[in-house]
Design a protein around this ligand. Structure first.
Ligand code: FEO
Ligand code: CA
Ligand code: CA
Ligand code: CA
Length: 596
């Protein structure tokens, strides 16, 4: 360890140097393996991947594109685990040779639909190393895509706002799109957030009703053609024809990975926004609290608290009860108040005179079950247009809330605020103590502590633990740790804890001239704030996952080769297959080699 003493448990690695290599770089003494890549067979009968002969039929049985959230769960077979992965979006330009963005073919569009969604995959765990082997064709394996039927549940299910020509009951939607971060529940289901769903829709300009128009605008729905032109192949992506279809996306999806025949659910009680993730924590009386970010500049941090308590055990009755926990509860939005004089928060990142960016906060209720707490909005409107509800109650506009993770033992909640180039710009919100830097390029990590440590509390205290960037930049802060000993870090996105309680941070869009990567930092003790880089990503890739266990570290380099002007013929990366290949978003396992 650079500080001279013994490294904290779980962190005895030599940090890797920032770089721009087209590779996954790991510390000396560690080994890596690609577990599964885009196009690899998942279901029985899936063909091998052939980049020049890909079809929608093949893709529906193969691993999807751009993995983001991952969960590794116990499997009902010894020596095996269940890997659940979502597939956020597609990069058509580098997926298809000869792709013409203005005129995609039907086959290309249907491949993209089949490459979205989720994968459930049984993997065999190697006894001696951290390797994982896919069990292709196992009956538990599953693909969910942009066309899989999904049921709406909770207080807004069946609302007029969710009705379309194809679904006059407003209770069943086809598919899940742009699944970003997620969470794993104590009852063994996986949650996945539908994030930038707006990009799939077209022609909001065709809507003339001013109320609907304002709602579409607040959610960033395109006024003209969409980037992928799906509206040319399915009317539901044309807002002029189906104005309610966008309302059916932007939810948290819950999937039971143990039942491949189960219908995934969109849980309306959790609100609709650009859902980044949903990480649960139990309250002292056993209810479930979920922390959720809305990843948009100047958008909000939310919390849901269930009405009923979680029931332990795997009995059918307990399972059915738990599957209802995310359908009835209260949805809150966060308001942060700084404790330093406003004049001391000058937008430069200079610490205020009390030495910390910190303060108190409150959770403002938006709706409970069928009761709205927001004047002028029905409960259904609060759930479907949650951003507008939060606007009305004076929530704090944050610097893009990404993943949120409660610490497994202390219960403190860590919020990744990735960046916000518009903070302090003309006509935009200026700095506040929770978002203290104008033009925030590198983001920060906020630590939130619920009153009495109770996840159902209505108030909390908070402090910034990290203000990211190059440690030589005076606007950075590493919890007071010696900045000469930390790794530069920019644009924190996904966060996770290892079994020792250290925080691991994956970055997306790091703006320091180096590729993205994975970092680890202790959150307590004398090493608090000692950020060290564990690995780096291939060119153009953000770091997703991550999962850190005693046996292995799993990450997903998402969108390798997504660089300016990249095409399949001339991609920005050739990872992982090497010279002559197109890039393939994959899942990678990394483990410490045993000393011989
Ligand atoms: Fe898909 Fe907010 O990252
Ligand atoms: Ca302060
Ligand atoms: Ca996480
Ligand atoms: Ca991101």
């Amino acid at each position: 360890s650079a500080s001279g003493g013994r490294p904290p448990r779980g962190l005895d690695f030599e940090p890797v140097a920032p770089n721009t290599a087209d590779a996954v770089t790991i510390p000396a003494g560690y080994a890596q393996q690609v577990v599964i890549r885009w196009g690899d067979p998942i279901l029985a009968g899936a063909p091998r991947f052939d980049a020049r002969a890909q079809s929608a039929k093949a893709q529906a049985r193969q691993f999807g594109y751009n993995a983001d959230y991952m969960a590794l769960l116990d499997a009902p077979r010894r020596g095996h685990q269940l890997l659940v992965v979502n597939h956020e979006y597609t990069n058509e330009e580098i997926m298809f040779y000869g792709y013409v963005p203005a005129a995609p073919t039907r086959e290309q569009v249907e491949i993209a639909w089949a490459a979205h969604g989720l994968t459930v995959l049984l993997v065999r765990a190697d006894d001696c190393t951290g390797r994982l082997w896919p069990v292709v064709g196992d009956p538990l394996n599953r693909r969910v895509t942009a066309t899989t039927p999904i049921r709406f549940t909770g207080p807004a299910a069946g609302s007029d706002l969710l009705k379309t020509t194809a679904d006059p009951a407003g209770r069943t939607v086809l598919g899940t799109l742009n699944n970003c971060g997620g969470g794993t529940t104590p009852w063994g289901t996986v949650l996945s957030g539908e994030e930038n769903f707006n990009q799939y829709f077209a022609n909001a300009a065709a809507v003339t009703d001013p109320v609907t128009k304002a709602r579409l605008a607040r959610y960033g729905l395109p006024t003209g053609a969409s980037q992928r032109k799906w509206e040319l192949f399915d009317d539901r992506f044309d807002i002029g024809k189906e104005p309610n279809e966008p309302n059916r996306h932007g939810w948290i999806v819950e999937i039971d990975p143990y039942d491949p025949t189960s219908t995934p659910r969109k849980r309306t009680a959790l609100g609709r926004f650009k859902h980044e993730a949903a990480e649960p924590r139990l309250t002292p009386d056993g209810r479930v609290a979920l922390y959720m970010g809305d990843d948009e500049r100047f958008d909000y941090l939310y919390k849901y608290v269930s009405k009923h308590a979680y029931k332990k055990g795997s009995s059918r009755a307990a399972r059915e009860h738990n599957m209802g926990l995310l359908d009835e509860g209260t949805l809150y939005v966060a308001k942060f108040t700084g404790d330093s004089p406003a004049a001391e928060i000058d937008g430069t990142g200079k610490l205020p005179s009390d030495g910390e960016f910190d303060g108190s906060g409150e959770w403002i209720p938006l709706a409970s079950g069928s009761v709205s707490h927001v004047p002028g909005m029905t409960a259904a409107e609060v759930y479907v247009f949650t951003r507008l509800a939060a606007d009305k109650v004076g929530a704090t506009k944050m610097d893009r809330p990404e993943d949120v993770e409660p610490h497994p033992t202390t219960g403190r909640v860590y919020v990744a605020l990735t960046n916000n180039k518009d903070r302090g710009a003309t006509g935009k919100a200026g700095p506040d103590e929770a978002n203290p830097r104008n033009g925030n390029k590198h983001g920060h990590i906020l630590e939130l502590e619920e009153r009495r440590g109770d996840a159902s509390s209505k108030s909390f205290s908070w402090r910034l633990m990290l203000v990211c960037g190059d440690p030589e930049d005076p606007s950075t802060y590493f919890a007071g740790f010696d900045k000469s000993k930390v790794s530069p870090i920019s644009c924190p996105d996904n966060v996770a804890f290892d079994p020792h309680g250290n925080l691991w941070i994956a970055t997306d869009g790091a703006a320091l001239g180096f590729n993205d990567g994975l970092f680890a930092v202790p959150v307590k003790g004398s090493e608090r704030g000692h950020v060290q880089q564990f690995m780096t990503m291939p060119k153009g890739a953000e770091c997703c996952g991550p999962i850190i266990t005693e046996d292995r570290i799993l990450i997903a380099p998402q969108h390798p080769g997504e660089t300016d002007g990249a095409t399949a013929e001339n991609p920005g990366s050739r990872w992982p297959d090497g010279p002559g290949s197109i890039p393939r978003p994959s899942v990678v396992t990394v483990w410490k080699e045993k000393r011989r």
